[in-house]
Structures are given as structure tokens and as C-alpha cells.
Design a protein around this ligand. Structure first.
Ligand code: CP
Ligand code: NVA
Length: 332
């Protein structure tokens, strides 16, 4: 495998649309190679001596842990800066914060609300910036999803991926555009009021002529290779549970939907965290208020042979490691 892709060195990773198909495929090959190295105990300290800032305005399990472990495996030092730890936006502008962080750190990860914050960090810090999720995009998630699909299906081109649920959130946007760039047949299945914004559909259609956005489950899932869903209420929208339950209950991923694909080998993916039982505070509250024991996916599907969600979660780390190594590492 080609070890370097010089077009990626020094670049930020803010949204899929900034990357060509061959660059995304290179990152997936590199992730597979780094996964293999990790499993075989082969050192890969391409970021020896670097310092990485991890900025989190929103909570996280996978993204935070993936960046932390990836940095450590690559020989870099990760510094977690949570909401309330730094002045960002409250006492100091994003621009000034970016300039300060860029003088001390070699790269910056940001998870938060406004996409313009991560763009401003990239514009003003002078170092690579990686988007760990904004209200608009979740590109490191898409890379992990693509690696998982490649591992289980063997290829990406023409794979039919149906995203069912809140069709206008960060994960749906990223899958629609990212999947289209690599030649997948991406279908968004959601009630009309939750369809992706026109600008997102436009970006996907620029990359692929297979884009489908529909409210018909029957039309969307026929022949699906992958059924994907995400929470009905994203971080920052917690006042919307009642309206989303009403709108999205018919779009729950259950065994009936899996059967309707007509594909016995269909795989189920979810970025996680998922509401598939009553073992969470929100899950319990939803049951008490709305009588629903499961939300976007049934426990039966979540625990079935179709579900590859924990492979997907593990792949967050290998793919994030590839992004860090390719954009910042010494890989000669
Ligand atoms: N999928 C994902 O981004 O998970 P976290 O919110 O736990 O980081
Ligand atoms: N759409 C979800 C993704 C969480 C990983 C959210 O933004 O909360």
C-alpha cells in the first residue's frame, strides 16, 4: 500500500465534501493498515512528540476515547479541554482562541454546536483541525461507517445504504454526502419535515446520480445492503422528544423493516449511543411519558446477527488515527 498521500499533509478534516474519493479511500486503506498494526503489536508512532488539543462543547464517549487512544498510540500527547475549562466564545473570541492554541498545539479536534466554530478554528489556528461533530456534519463517523461496510460487504461502490429516521441531522448529512462521494447508493428515508436541507442534497447530487430522499419505507428499504439509524433527538435538541416520537415512530428499525429489505445478509449500523431498551435515563423518561420501550431501533435488531454497531464503534479509533497520521504524521 502507498504509505503517504501528500495531498492530505497539513489539511483539516471538517466535512467530507472537501475530500476527493481517492483521498477518502486512501484514509480507509490507511485505517485498515493501522488496525492491523495495532492488532499485531507493531508500533506506529507517526506523531511522536506532537501535542493535540481535544475541545469538547458537547459530551462524547466514542469520539473522545477514539482521539485519546489514537493520539497515544501515535506517540502524541492529547489534552482534553471540556466545556467550562477554557474561555472559548465566552471570554475570548474563537479567532483569538484559535491563534493561541495554534501557538502551542500541533493539531486541534473540536466537537460542538455551530459548524462555523470549527471552520474559524481551522482558518485562524494555522494547524490541522478535525471535526469531532458539529450540528451540520460528523465526518469522522462516516469514515468509521465506510470502513465497517467495507469489512462486512467487501466494497463500497453501489452499496445500497438506507438511513432511516431524522434525515437532517449531522450523521445523515455526512452519510449522504460522504457515501455519494465514494459511489454508494445512499437513500434517506424520513418524514418530509425531516428531509435534509436542499444545500446538502445538492452537494450529494453533485457527486452521485443515485441519491434518493423519500418518506416511503417500502420504496427505500427494498434491496438494502445497510440499514442505518441514529437518535431521533440530537444533542442540543432535547426539548423535541415529544414531537420526534410522534413523527418518527413509524420509522423505527425493527425486524419487520429488516425483512422488508429482502436481503438476509443486510447489516444494521448506528453511530451510537442508541435508545434500544430502558437502561438509560432518557429511555426510562420516554417510557414513563410516552409508553415507548425502544426508540429508533428495537432491542431485537440491536442485538441481532445483522447488527455491526460495536465493530463500527471500534473503527472510530482506527479511522481517526488514520486522519491524524495522514494530516500531521511523519510517515516517510
Ligand atoms: N458516535 C459518536 O460520535 O459517539 P460519541 O457521541 O460517544 O462520541
Ligand atoms: N446525531 C447525534 C449523533 C451523536 C453521535 C447527535 O448529534 O447527538
Amino acid at each position: 500500500m502507498e504509505k503517504t498521500n501528500s495531498s492530505l499533509k497539513g489539511r483539516s478534516f471538517l466535512a467530507e465534501i472537501d475530500f476527493k474519493e481517492e483521498e477518502l479511500l486512501y484514509l480507509l486503506d490507511l485505517a485498515a493498515d493501522l488496525k492491523d498494526k495495532k492488532k499485531n503489536g507493531i508500533p506506529h508512532r507517526y506523531l511522536e512528540g506532537k501535542n493535540i488539543a481535544l475541545l469538547f462543547e458537547k459530551t462524547s464517549t466514542r469520539t473522545r476515547c477514539a482521539f485519546t487512544v489514537a493520539c497515544t498510540d501515535l506517540g502524541a500527547h492529547p489534552e482534553y479541554l471540556g466545556k467550562g475549562d477554557i474561555q472559548l466564545g465566552k471570554k475570548e473570541s474563537v479567532e483569538d482562541t484559535a491563534k493561541v492554541l495554534g501557538r502551542m498545539f500541533d493539531g486541534i479536534e473540536f466537537r460542538g454546536f455551530a459548524h462555523k466554530t470549527v471552520e474559524s478554528l481551522a482558518e485562524h489556528s494555522g494547524v490541522p483541525v478535525w471535526n469531532g461533530l458539529t450540528d451540520m456534519w460528523h465526518p469522522t463517523q462516516t469514515l468509521a461507517d465506510l470502513l465497517t461496510i467495507q469489512e462486512h460487504i467487501g466494497h463500497l461502490r453501489n452499496v445500497k445504504l438506507v438511513y432511516v429516521g431524522d434525515g437532517r441531522n449531522n450523521v445523515a448529512n455526512s452519510l449522504l454526502v460522504g457515501g455519494s462521494i465514494v459511489g454508494m447508493d445512499v437513500r434517506i428515508c424520513a418524514p418530509k419535515s425531516l428531509w435534509p436541507a436542499q444545500e446538502v442534497i445538492y452537494l450529494a447530487k453533485k457527486c452521485s446520480d443515485q441519491v434518493m430522499v423519500t418518506s416511503s419505507i417500502e420504496e427505500a428499504v427494498a434491496g438494502a445492503d445497510v440499514i442505518y439509524t441514529d437518535v431521533w433527538v440530537s444533542m442540543g435538541e432535547e426539548d423535541k422528544f415529544a414531537e420526534r416520537i410522534e413523527l418518527l415512530s413509524p420509522y423505527q428499525v425493527n425486524m419487520q423493516m429488516i425483512k422488508e429489505t429482502g436481503n438476509k445478509d443486510v447489516i444494521f449500523l448506528h453511530c451510537l449511543p442508541a435508545f434500544h431498551d430502558l437502561e438509560t435515563t432518557y429511555g426510562k423518561e420516554t417510557y414513563e411519558k410516552h409508553g415507548l420501550r425502544e426508540m429508533e431501533v428495537t432491542d431485537e435488531v440491536f442485538r441481532s446477527k445483522h447488527s455491526k454497531v460495536f465493530d463500527q464503534a471500534e473503527n472510530r479509533m482506527h479511522t481517526i488515527k488514520a486522519v491524524l497520521a495522514a494530516t500531521l504524521g511523519n510517515m516517510e
